[in-house]
Design a protein around this ligand. Structure first.
Ligand SMILES: O=C(O)CCC(=O)c1ccccc1C(=O)O
Ligand SMILES: [Mg+2]
Length: 368
């Protein structure tokens, strides 16, 4: 297929509620949507899951805008691309910038699947017809608000609850949560808020029967996580330490984690996500798909990759309505009885709504 044109949209969308982690609070999302068109007038869509500030990862929306506009998009416009895997080689000279790479790669994967008339999930080798869904709940000032959130989301059918923790909002919170919900599948995410000096606190979490503790220590670290995993029973899951196949391989080799949170953006796209998936499958490391407060476009990509067999734990692909009054896609993503159906239509299987896209675009650039 020949890429005739790429359009980059800078989108502003306000979430229904603020979302607080150990690194900050976010309610207004400012992110990029990429549209890649072919000569037949088909469009593929990708989402760049950056935030306005580099608090979770070093990339941010404006850095990704530059990276895409100046370096990545020019490599594909007017080019013949037979398979999205070819982008690995084109992008390889540029270090990291994985969220930016993933956005453009995702648009081309969607376009590729559409040219073949098959679903993105199918094109990726996915086999599941529906995927297990959990929910990630932010830190609340008032514990009663968190308990109320857990009650609602459990009743809605989410298959596991993830709560955000940080020093001072951890054992006390877990105590209350387990007192009220002794049996729910529960996990915590620290977003790198701890060090090995906190090992006593982290050890005390063993008694709360957690599915895992996600990224307790420094972003990028695998050494200290290996030290920690030897001292605690709760499985460690890595998020901010896994940016590549090599990161994942090395983390597994030295015992830094027992589970990996796969984020398509963080590892540089669907091709890399699939490679890491296959390696983890062989190594006996289960995966789940993490969220980045995506709009429907990114969420659709997450659902597609989660259809691969080694995504055995519930992911963060919650309903559109958990985040947005109105989503950018039609139909919206709907979790029912703990599952989201994997769409069977061509590509991502959801339509981007032109009017909504236009109304929420604050800046746009066309590449021909
Ligand atoms: O999209 C979601 O619901 C997951 C939210 C979440 O946990 C998260 C959101 C933004 C940045 C990092 C993380 C994380 O998984 O650490
Ligand atoms: Mg995380």
């Amino acid at each position: 297929m020949r890429i005739s044109e790429v359009v980059m949209y800078k989108i502003q969308m306000r979430m229904k509620n603020p979302f607080t982690t150990s690194f900050g609070t976010e309610q207004d999302r400012l992110f990029l949507i990429i549209e890649a068109k072919n000569d037949d007038g088909l469009s593929g869509w990708g989402e760049c899951v950056t935030s306005e500030l580099p608090l979770y990862i070093e990339e941010f929306t404006q850095s990704a805008w530059h990276m895409l506009a100046d370096n990545l998009i020019p490599l594909v416009v007017k080019q013949e691309i037979n398979h999205p895997d070819e982008l690995q080689e084109k992008f390889q000279p540029f270090k990291r910038n994985n969220l930016a790479k993933s956005a453009l790669e995702g648009a081309i994967w969607d376009l590729y699947a559409k040219t073949r008339g098959e679903s993105l999930a199918n094109a990726l080798g996915g086999t599941k017809k529906k995927v297990d869904v959990g929910i990630s709940l932010g830190i609340e000032d008032d514990i009663d608000d968190l308990l109320q959130n857990i009650k609602e989301k459990t009743e809605e059918g989410y298959k596991r609850i993830k709560i955000k923790i940080k020093p001072g909002k951890d054992l006390n919170v877990l105590h209350e949560v387990r007192k009220n919900f002794p049996d729910i599948p529960l996990m915590v995410d620290a977003n790198s808020a701890y060090t090995l000096d906190h090992v006593d606190t982290l050890k005390k979490m063993d008694k709360y029967d957690l599915m895992m503790i996600e990224q307790p220590l420094t972003a990028g670290d695998i050494i200290d996580h290996a030290t920690l995993q030897k001292q605690i029973e709760t499985p460690v899951c890595l998020d901010e330490s896994i940016h590549s196949y090599e990161n994942a391989r090395q983390a597994i080799e030295i015992g830094s984690c027992k589970i990996i949170n796969m984020k398509v953006g963080r590892v540089g796209g669907l091709t890399q996500a699939k490679r890491i998936h296959d390696m983890c499958d062989k190594a006996g490391i289960p995966l789940w798909c993490g969220g980045m407060l995506e709009s429907g476009v990114g969420r659709a990509h997450n659902i597609a990759i989660t259809s691969l067999s080694n995504f055995t734990l519930p992911g963060d692909t919650a309903s559109s309505s958990r985040y947005w009054e109105e989503d950018i896609i039609s139909p919206e993503v709907v979790m029912k009885d703990g599952y989201v159906d994997v769409p069977e239509g061509p590509g991502i299987g959801y339509e981007v709504k032109p009017g909504f896209l236009r109304r929420n675009t604050v800046e746009l650039k066309v590449f021909q």
